[in-house]
Design a protein around this ligand. Structure first.
Ligand SMILES: Cc1cc2nc3c(=O)[nH]c(=O)nc-3n(C[C@H](O)[C@H](O)[C@H](O)COP(=O)(O)OP(=O)(O)OC[C@H]3O[C@@H](n4cnc5c(N)ncnc54)[C@H](O)[C@@H]3O)c2cc1C
Length: 466
């Protein structure tokens, strides 16, 4: 250990940024903190040169490296599996350049999504990707191809990455992509890195695409008597040329937990068309554009909502109220987690299959007795489920969870879906991925890993890596 420390001090000149004793447990885990790894050193890098130096050293000595952003992942992808070095990028968090003429911003990977969004919006610009966890880093968002709320209209993180500076496993510094809009100049290496969960290279600089900030954004909360009716109306909204930015669905049971957690109350009483029924599910939409465009979209969807059985229709013109309603949505994972251990699922199905899939989930839950709370990005088929442990002992929980997940994922693939829409595979989902994915697909992913990191030092044993 003394030798490792002495070697690392030659690369990282500040001993305060190298921890080799009593590494805080949070760095050995993910946001959930249940799976714990082990490491010989935790390093807080502050420059590309330091990242390169650490990787050159690790490469030479075949030492495992786990890159880490803000550690908010939910799948164990920052749990060091093979010891070695945790390479924390959170202190590389500067904004390097705002180029308003090319609509790009260049940042270091450790900047938090929240800080980037605030910075560009204060200048009349907009970074559309909007995953629920605003304290995630941009490097982490890129490494998981984070999705989030606004994917329906704007797409996912991948769509906003113009270029990256990388350090490959052997310490080579390389740039992939540029500020240019178009690029047919050889293989798109950038796209291999996006969503690779830190298995192929470490991101040290990010050139991101921006758009002008929309003039107005307004959200609408629509209560429904049941989940089926709510989800059933989503396709109608999408077809209505109303161009929603976000379309989220939530069951009443999970909203109740979110309300308690965030201290905000959702309206659940019968509205104008309520006919005495109470809300059992909600669709939360948002629209953006000029004020008049937004007003038209809100009205177009109002008619469709009532035609499709909504109990009420609540445009949230007051930004404070809208922020409170969204705060409940943003808090759902943490709200469920506060009540019971749970396994968060983020599978994705074709949008026209969402309703059928949720029905399958409810049937499975009734049959197996395993509580499954559903919410998610209804507009893009990204179903979030919290599979709730309740008072099961460890052995029963592991066994029953595995049986339920096997059924869930098998059905997901049957209807054309995928195991992860945005969280990644990490260590939690790789078993099911290997079971369901096309073997040729898995094989080529592993060949790419072997080509870029033949010694398997970067984030080995997670995700698709056999
Ligand atoms: C309450 C809550 C809500 C969430 N909502 C969403 C959501 O709506 N949509 C969504 O997509 N996700 C969501 N997440 C999951 C999580 O926030 C995302 O996966 C996020 O992108 C992770 O970013 P991070 O900085 O925390 O990365 P980390 O957790 O630190 O790392 C994630 C992965 O990226 C790798 N990595 C990190 N930085 C780098 C780098 N610079 N170079 C190479 N590899 C790197 C790590 O090795 C790891 O494999 C949510 C999480 C929570 C807790």
């Amino acid at each position: 250990m003394a030798t490792l420390l002495q070697d690392l001090i030659r690369i990282i000149p500040d001993p305060e940024r190298i921890i080799t004793e009593n590494i805080d447990r949070k760095y050995l885990s993910d946001q959930l903190g249940r799976k714990q790894g082990h490491a010989d050193a935790l390093i807080f890098a502050v420059s590309t040169e330091e990242v390169s130096g650490v990787l050159r050293y690790a490469w030479k000595h075949a030492i495992a490296v786990t890159p880490r952003g803000a550690g908010t992942n939910l799948v164990g992808s920052t749990v060091p599996q093979k010891g070695g070095i945790i390479l924390d990028l959170s202190r590389m968090n500067r904004i390097l350049e705002l180029d308003e003429d090319t609509f790009t911003v260049t940042v270091e990977p450790g900047i938090l999504l929240r800080d980037l969004q605030a910075y560009v919006e204060a200048r009349g610009l907009f970074y559309p990707p909007d995953p629920g966890e605003k304290e995630a880093s941009i490097g982490g968002n890129i490494s998981t191809n984070a999705g989030g709320m606004r994917a329906v209209k704007y797409g996912v993180t991948r769509d906003y990455v113009r270029g990256l500076e990388l350090v490959t496993a052997d310490g080579t510094v390389m740039t992939v992509g540029t500020k240019n809009v178009k690029d047919t100049t050889g293989l798109p290496l950038k796209h291999l890195i996006i969503g690779a969960e830190g298995t192929l290279a470490v991101i040290t600089k990010c050139i991101l695409r921006l758009i002008p900030k929309p003039e107005t954004t307004v959200s609408v909360l629509i209560p429904y008597p049941d989940l089926k009716t709510g989800i059933g109306s989503v396709i109608r909204f999408l077809r209505a040329d109303a161009d929603p930015v976000a379309v989220e669905f939530m069951e009443r049971s999970v909203v109740r937990l979110g309300e308690a957690y965030a201290g905000v109350k959702y309206p659940d009483g019968p509205g104008a068309a309520g006919k005495g029924k109470r809300a059992e599910s909600y669709i939360l939409l948002s629209f953006d554009g000029s004020r008049s465009e937004v007003e038209q979209k809100v009205e177009r969807v109002r008619r469709l909502a009532f035609e499709n059985g909504s109990l009420d229709y609540l445009p949230l013109w007051d930004p404070k109220q809208a922020a409170e309603i969204w705060a409940v949505r943003g808090a759902l994972v943490k709200a469920v987690e506060a009540v019971s251990e749970q396994e968060p699922i983020d599978l994705v199905v074709p949008i026209d299959k969402s309703e059928e899939f949720i029905r399958f989930v409810n049937d499975l839950s009734a049959r197996t007795g395993m509580q499954m709370i559903s919410f998610g990005h209804a507009g893009d088929g990204n179903v979030h489920l919290c599979v709730v442990r309740g008072d099961r002992d460890e052995e029963t929980w592991e066994r029953e969870l595995d049986a339920n997940l096997s059924e869930l994922y098998s059905r997901t693939y049957e209807i054309g879906g995928l195991i992860s829409g945005e969280h990644g595979l990490g260590i939690s989902k790789r078993k099911y991925f290997f079971k369901e994915a096309d073997p040729a697909n898995v094989d080529w992913m592993n060949r790419i890993k072997d080509a870029l990191d033949p010694k398997h030092i970067l984030n080995d044993r997670i995700s698709y890596i056999r």
